[in-house]
Write a new protein. Sequence first.
Length: 343
Amino acid sequence: MRPATLQEAAALLKAQQAPIRPIGGGTKPWIVSRDEAVLETGGLDRILEHNVGDFTAVLEAGVPFADAQRTFAEHGQRLAWDPPDPGGATIGGIVATADSGPLRHRYGGVRDLVVGINVVLSDGTIAKAGGKVIKNVAGYDLAKLFAGSHGTLGLIGSVAVRLHPLPDRTATVAIERDDPDELLAVVLEHARRPLEADRFDVTWQDGRGRMLLEFSGASAHQQAERVGTVSDVDWDDVRALQRGTVVVKVSGRPTDLPDVIRAASAHGGTVVSRAALGLSWIALPDATGVAAVRQALSPRHCAVLDGINEVPEAAPGQAVMERLKARFDPARIFRPGSFVGGI
Ligand SMILES: Cc1cc2nc3c(=O)[nH]c(=O)nc-3n(C[C@H](O)[C@H](O)[C@H](O)COP(=O)(O)OP(=O)(O)OC[C@H]3O[C@@H](n4cnc5c(N)ncnc54)[C@H](O)[C@@H]3O)c2cc1C
């Protein structure tokens, strides 16, 4: 299935009886797949609006992220998402997986820049929320619900997003420590300072830790020099640490950093952490260390991403998710049985 309009998608879905899986650029092959028909969003690839003066845009789900950024850049703007390996990723795929990167420090997660959304449900209803509201599904903040829903609630048709100025220059400071507790001390010292950083990450590889702060705009270098020596840091490499054979995403507090590093190191893993947000990604060489890492970091929430082709285990909010699934996809057409707790 490859609809070219939302109306066509609605007609296809209304007639659909068997499970389907929406797919954008297909850049996340590790996401559990079953015997499902594929609904490609490649035909929904129009940038519907770019309101330069308002710093907003409306994009169909199948627009390649890189194409959208090029269009915005021509007007000195950007969509402040920087997922790892954006490659052929589409707007819809990034929203559906909430695939955020280091810019989350300043601009929030994927969902925080979505101001409106247009979805197609399994009964063929086209529902809209936020942005230019025509028909709302009463009571639900659809953009927040569908961000990270992994295609299990309905098809994301288009999104309205908020844009930001594209900085003409950036400067990054790196401070190194090879002791996890000392690294945390440096992080906390800088988290308390009134710094306007775009990115604030920590990396840990081969027994060596780095705290990275990126500043942008005309005063980027001066801001960076107030913190330390400006370094030549490749942020693509930093973001790449979020992907791997097996990745465990840990949601906790910034002060958990030394525990996260020790748990990762014990199993040959690397770490990248949004230092001020308490979110860390541990990339492991294989799945053998997953259980031990989870146990070491319990009761923090650990979601296993990448590499393991298995249904994510049930989460504390499972009952709520079940109810949402029943509300949005009662026919269980969208990836049934594939997501958290077999939703
Ligand atoms: C149990 C479980 C298992 C999963 N397993 C997989 C899997 O195997 N594979 C996969 O691809 N995906 C999986 N997912 C989905 C995946 O975790 C999410 O899609 C994705 O990680 C959401 O990322 P996020 O960056 O939006 O952060 P979230 O996970 O939404 O948030 C991370 C943490 O930050 C907090 N937070 C977020 N926003 C704010 C805010 N504005 N203010 C304050 N706190 C905030 C949250 O409360 C949470 O503690 C799983 C999800 C769950 C619940």
